[in-house]
Design a protein around this ligand. Structure first.
Ligand SMILES: Nc1ncnc2c1ncn2[C@@H]1O[C@H](COP(=O)(O)OP(=O)(O)O)[C@@H](O)[C@H]1O
Ligand SMILES: Cc1ncc(COP(=O)(O)OP(=O)(O)O)c(N)n1
Length: 264
């Protein structure tokens, strides 16, 4: 019997269910991958914002990863909210021995409402400790600005930032363009040699909570299934587009996307 694709998310819990661990597990399931989790922090969130952040101990984070990987194993993993430098170092230490595991690093820093999900002094641990282990890193525009110190206002600056992040020692950079203005959204994949760009219409909606988590979870599930990177990125892009377009319109603020979205 063919073994099911196994995907691990290492991220924070979002009580509202639109981002973080909850978005990741729903998306893994929708893509037919078996989902596992290591929780880094509990956040108190709804569509109205972040009301509390309660980090786990580094031991608890490390132990969750350690035990699922040595027993069940994973074909791919993703990181989301990691909160601080100590948790990042613990995650990197646990993942380092698994060099066949495809790792997607979503460098989550700030929630849409402005709440800090990563401490300022954790950036160096992220770039030096975790990024070198990644198959692909998926920054949005503010995250790429923070990682590079560059200002990003257009597609050309996105390409320059992707090159700068690649130079930090990351194999592939997936720059997401949702935060720029315009009628279209452009996502740019850079592998150190060529750019692969995906452009789609910008959907006018306030229901975009957890788009980055949902996108990177779809990408992780496809990589776990053995899909080549460009194809996996294209599928994840089509999924998040459908998920935003068919969002269930929950809550009074920035609502979640549709994790049941179907792509052909
Ligand atoms: N309004 C929108 N319309 C269509 N696609 C969007 C929209 N906002 C975000 N996306 C898509 O969602 C994904 C996440 O984008 P982005 O908003 O840049 O990241 P994050 O959610 O991490 O802040 C990207 O693939 C982007 O193309
Ligand atoms: C627990 C948790 N993790 C990550 C995020 C950020 O998710 P993201 O996909 O970037 O979506 P927005 O917060 O920008 O809507 C989060 N909010 N909570």
């Amino acid at each position: 019997m063919k073994q099911v694709a196994r995907a691990l998310t290492i991220a924070g819990s979002d009580s509202g269910g639109g981002a973080g661990i909850q978005a990741d597990l729903k998306t893994f399931h929708q893509f037919g991958a078996y989902g596992m989790s290591a929780i880094t922090a509990i956040t108190v969130q709804s569509t109205l914002g972040v009301f509390g952040v309660y980090p786990m101990t580094t031991e608890a984070v490390a132990q969750q990863i350690h035990e699922v990987l040595r027993d069940i194993g994973a074909d791919a993993a993703k990181t989301g909210m990691l909160f601080d430098a100590a948790i990042i170092r613990a995650v990197a230490d646990e993942l380092r021995p698994y060099n066949k595991l495809k790792l997607v690093v979503d460098p989550v820093m700030i929630a849409k409402g402005g709440a800090k999900l990563l401490q300022d002094d954790a950036i160096e641990a992220l770039t030096k400790g975790l990024l070198p282990l990644a198959e692909v890193v998926t920054p949005n525009v503010p995250e790429a600005e923070c990682l590079t110190g560059m200002q990003i206002r257009n597609a050309e600056q996105m390409r320059e930032a992707a090159k700068a992040i690649h130079a930090l020692g990351v194999r592939n950079v997936m720059m997401k363009g949702g935060h720029l203005e315009g009628d279209e959204v452009r996502d740019i994949l850079y592998d150190g040699q060529a750019f692969h760009e995906i452009v789609h219409e910008r959907i006018q909606t306030r229901h975009t909570h957890g788009t980055g988590c949902t996108f990177s979870a779809a990408l992780t599930a496809e990589l776990a299934k053995g899909t080549p990177l460009i194809e996996a990125v294209e599928k994840a892009n089509r999924f998040i587009f459908e998920a935003i377009k068919t969002a269930p319109e929950l809550g009074g603020g920035h609502g979640p996307t549709n994790h049941w979205a179907v792509i052909e």
